[in-house]
Ligand binder design. Structure first.
Ligand code: CO
Ligand code: CO
Length: 344
């Protein structure tokens, strides 16, 4: 099967994550524009939540999100699986259960064998099966730059929505996937990563956040989001806003070993640098060394970060263990300094 060629990605500047709209850009674009909304909109454009939430009845709300990517790995099947896991993640981050999905495809049969597209979609479908999601439609556009993703609809009880705000001082900060996928994607694109390293990146990115979300739904979690393009520090900043602070235990943060090795050897990305410029003022404490750069690394299909009541720590550990996973505590929310991430 033909692999995806980077050479044809003529519109991609510096990789999938790096070509993303930067932090802060979206609020500039939306400034002054008012989204149409009614009283049943529980999470809309203004809230910077992971997904939109619309109440149908007092017992049920729909959760909607859309996400698509340019290729992050060369294997089309793996790319499809990663893009699907990435699109489903925002539903999981809100404590909701995904139910249906629609394919979104940009692909040019003039430039590529259709077998490549078939593999991408097969990867997406296998991920949807794993998630228990029904594929009910989609749309495609002829475009030389391949893009694939999903529009996903999920359900949640309106009183059980987990928002990105709401963490309380004393809550524990948990991260459910290791950091470093952005650096690994850069290394893969620059031809620096071997097959085993690419496989490790695929494994992390294609993993669903479903189990993490289930654990979240069974414990006292006050706030959550997923770590994506703005990196750990960026998404954590959105969680604390200016209302509380957080202490981050840097050495407890799980990292993909290969990613730290690439960072040490000087590999970096535009997305990482932009995140660091935008969010560095939110941090306090020793911030030197390439390891700290990992905190700004834009993640594709990253893990969830959530704020769990310390009384439920052992319950969370047990539920994670039963699912064959480990969700390390990487920090604690504090009274202040408000709006600051203090590195310990
Ligand atoms: Co998100
Ligand atoms: Co998203």
């Amino acid at each position: 099967m033909k692999a995806i060629e980077w050479s044809i990605m003529r519109y991609v500047r510096g990789g999938g994550c790096a070509s993303k709209i930067g932090p802060g850009d979206l609020s500039t674009v939306l400034c002054g524009l008012k989204a149409p909304e009614d009283d049943n909109v529980l999470a809309g454009l203004g809230g910077f939540e992971d997904a939109g939430v619309y109440r149908l009845t007092d017992a049920i709300a729909i959760v909607q999100t859309v996400d698509f990517l340019t290729p992050v790995v060369k294997d089309p099947y793996s790319f499809g699986a990663i893009a699907a896991a990435n699109a489903l993640s925002d539903v999981y981050a809100m404590g909701a259960i995904p139910k249906t999905a629609m394919n979104m495809v940009c692909f040019s049969p003039g430039h590529y064998d259709l077998g490549v597209l078939k593999e991408i979609i097969r990867g997406g479908i296998d991920k949807m099966k794993e998630a228990g999601v029904s594929l009910i439609g989609g749309h495609s556009v002829d475009d030389v730059e391949i893009k694939y993703g999903l529009a996903v609809t999920g359900v949640v009880r309106p009183d059980r929505i987990v928002r990105n705000e709401g963490a309380r001082a004393g809550d524990l900060l948990v991260l459910t996937k290791p950091l470093g996928t952005g650096i690994l994607i850069t290394a893969i694109k620059e031809g620096l990563a071997d097959g085993a390293t690419a496989q490790k990146a695929i494994e992390v990115m294609a993993a669903l956040n479903s189990r993490a979300s289930q654990v979240m739904q069974q414990t006292a979690v006050h706030a959550a989001t997923d770590v994506t393009g703005f990196g750990l520090i960026g998404h954590l900043s959105e969680m604390i806003k200016d209302s509380i602070g957080v202490d981050l235990f840097v050495e407890h943060i799980p990292c993909i070993a290969e990613a730290t090795r690439f960072l040490a050897s000087g590999v970096t990305s535009g997305g990482l640098r932009r995140n660091r410029e935008f969010y560095a003022s939110r941090t306090e404490g020793p911030m030197d060394g390439f390891l700290c750069d990992l905190l700004y690394d834009p993640q594709t299909s990253g893990g969830l970060i959530f704020a769990v009541d310390p009384a439920d720590r052992f319950l969370m550990d047990r539920l994670a263990r039963e699912a064959g996973l480990e969700f390390p505590v990487i920090g604690v929310f504090t009274e202040g300094p408000k709006g600051k991430i203090v590195l310990r």
